[in-house]
Design a binder for this molecule. Sequence first.
Ligand code: NAP
Length: 326
Amino acid sequence: VITQQDPRPTIELTDVDPETLEGEVLIAVDFAGVNYKDAMVTGPRNRVARRSPLIGGVDLAGRVVEDRSGRFAVGLAVLAHGHAIGVGHDGGFAELAKVPADWVVPLPEKLDAKAAMVLGTAGFTAMASLARLEHAGIRPGDGPLLVTGASGGVGSTAVGILAIAGFEVVASTGRAAETTFLTRLGASQVIGRDEIDDRPERRLGTERWAGAVDCVGGATLSAILRSLRYGGAVAASGLTGGAELHSSVYPFIVRNISLLGVDAVEMPAEARLELWDRLAGLANSELVDVILDEVVGLDGVPSALEKIAAGEVRGRIIVDPSRRSG
Ligand SMILES: NC(=O)c1ccc[n+]([C@@H]2O[C@H](COP(=O)([O-])OP(=O)(O)OC[C@H]3O[C@@H](n4cnc5c(N)ncnc54)[C@H](OP(=O)(O)O)[C@@H]3O)[C@@H](O)[C@H]2O)c1
């Protein structure tokens, strides 16, 4: 349970009466995922948390225990993420969670709860990014696709699913030590964060990328815009490198490029289901194994959040509420 306080929120492992939880579908949580947004909710003086106290955890998967909407059978394997979960509505860092029926997604057949949370919101966002690029006409064979923040959750899954989908993937990371990890995921080349911008003083850089999946934002996104090839597109989902974006109109009007926003939070149920099905088809068990960094118990959540805030997670950390990390 996260309680917002100055200078920083407190996190406490405690008993909560399930009757006090709001929502229609009661879910026994088998696994939850730890995401960058969870670290934001527990960060000092944050403006992300919309309620206090709050059970954290923006990602959860488990089995239906009770459904007052009548839409889901008891025992059905489901997942839920996005909307207000873990931000303004009690989330997945718990043995039981309750959410509105509209937020519930039946698990695709190919995924169990553990694999679903290894992928989680991060993998879903990578999938949504791929779908946006495809919709913009970017195809395998067009040229290299850049993935930034490649060692993190969104980045590592993006490298993996883009490679499986047949794209040539160049992974950018601030951690050279993760080169083997990224190559194993299918990156044909791994470059440093500082190698993205070849001409920072120019409005247009060298045409390098047919497309890009960017979860870093800030100066990184601005450099990508300058270095997309003619007709290229970047799917932008994150801000780990900064929320400000400085650019000029030149790459748009000279190179016909597109900046595509990606939102995994408010996406309607039907589109969410479609993307989860596609992700389940692309993400094979090897990918899931490689991107799993660590499984922790509820008592391990605070240290997992510190690790993610420090940018030190390789792939994904998931939470198994039935275990104690010790
Ligand atoms: N739009 C949406 O709906 C949506 C959904 C999910 C996530 N997101 C956003 O996507 C971003 C990534 O989320 P995540 O869960 O994948 O986080 P994550 O696992 O912590 O990964 C973030 C990665 O960004 C890179 N990074 C961290 N600090 C950086 C800095 N100062 N400058 C440049 N790169 C930096 C690191 O990769 P390297 O070490 O490899 O460089 C890090 O591993 C977050 O901003 C999150 O809020 C958005």
